[in-house]
Design a protein around this ligand. Structure first.
Ligand SMILES: [Zn+2]
Ligand SMILES: [Zn+2]
Length: 331
């Protein structure tokens, strides 16, 4: 089978490797996988969690081609999506409402930019989800689960500003607006502004915001000065750092907002398995709408074009189809 190896910053290579034949584990024939911001960051600069040589990719769906007989919840031929990690549900962190911080997570065994992936029985029991409505939008399951996890954790109010109109910002906007929340998006980049306006969203440029206007502000992108947006929050509102920052990074903040205006600053990371299940539910309900966010699809053999596209930003989600000419289940 073919697998795309990450060999170090800016080095990818498509290699022929042995097809998995393990009868004690679940084997999934990968149909399509999303290229995530983490894959791009790793491609550009490396990542402490992904040491080369390794296979990247964690947003995939496919079909079960092999499974141990005692696993009865799924059968061969089922369309599934694999959660990249699954919390244990019983540890202190899981029980205290922070499943995404669980220290006993199980993981997908390798990246999914490959034609087949194997999944341990332990991970299959929790992290394998059957897909009722297959299609390209399913590559958004993991990022949408992270969005849903963020919304679950915090009361949000009725008027929300999303800073950053990339795929994460767009997922927040779609999810919240389908729940009746009034959403505005800050995005400076023309292509994305036009894309989001086409979807019917109100998009504004940075620096043109009214003060004290929003119940919640989600910073859905990593920017140098996220706290410049505190002025736009209403008193008692909440700013959520959804975009990640490297450890030891320092940001400046005017504490006036915390004390005299009682605004709250929170962070959010990852998803829980119930968030993942809800994401799949949503992707089934609003199939066409979410599918629009997967703006570019390339075959695994054109991985260089896919990464180039993801880097030039004139796109939302870029996906890789693992098989050159076969049906991917896409609409
Ligand atoms: Zn991702
Ligand atoms: Zn746990």
């Amino acid at each position: 089978m073919k697998a795309l190896f990450y060999l170090g910053p800016r080095k990818l290579e498509l290699k022929e490797v042995e097809e998995p034949k393990d009868k004690d584990r679940v084997i999934v024939k990968v149909l399509e996988a999303g290229v995530c911001g983490t894959d791009i960051k790793t491609f550009l600069r490396g990542h402490h969690l992904f040491k080369p040589p390794t296979i990247l990719g964690h947003e995939c769906y496919g079909v079960i081609v092999e499974k141990p007989s005692f696993l009865e919840d799924v059968k061969i031929g089922d369309h599934v999506v694999v959660a990249p990690y699954a919390e244990c549900s019983v540890c202190e962190k899981c029980r205290s409402g922070f499943p995404e911080l669980c220290e006993k997570k199980t993981y997908i065994s390798s990246g999914c930019f490959a034609q087949y992936i194997t999944i341990s029985v332990q991970h299959s029991l929790r992290g394998l989800f059957k897909v009722k409505e297959p299609g390209r939008q399913i590559v958004l399951a993991e990022p949408l689960a992270c969005v849903i996890g963020t919304i679950r954790k915090f009361p949000n109010g009725k008027h929300i500003l999303i800073v950053g109109g990339g795929v994460m910002g767009a997922l927040f906007a779609i999810y919240l607006s389908t729940k009746g929340v009034h959403v505005e998006i800050v995005e400076p980049f023309e292509w994305r502004m036009a894309f989001l306006r086409d979807l019917g969203f109100h998009v504004v440029k940075p620096g043109s915001l009214e003060e004290g206007n929003y119940d919640t502000i989600v910073i859905a992108v990593t920017i140098d000065e996220p706290f410049q947006y505190l002025d736009a929050l209403r008193d008692g509102g909440r700013l959520i750092l959804f975009g990640g920052y490297p450890k030891d990074r320092r940001l400046t903040l005017d504490p006036y907002h915390l004390h005299y205006r009682e605004v709250t600053i929170s962070g959010s990371f990852g998803y829980s398995l119930p968030d993942f299940a809800e994401a799949l539910e949503e992707l089934g309900k609003e199939k066409e709408l979410y599918a629009k966010l997967v703006t570019h699809n390339y075959s695994l053999f054109e991985y260089d074009k896919a990464f180039e596209r993801a880097l030039n930003k004139e796109c939302m989600k870029v996906s890789l189809g693992m098989w050159e000419s076969e049906e991917t289940g896409a609409p």
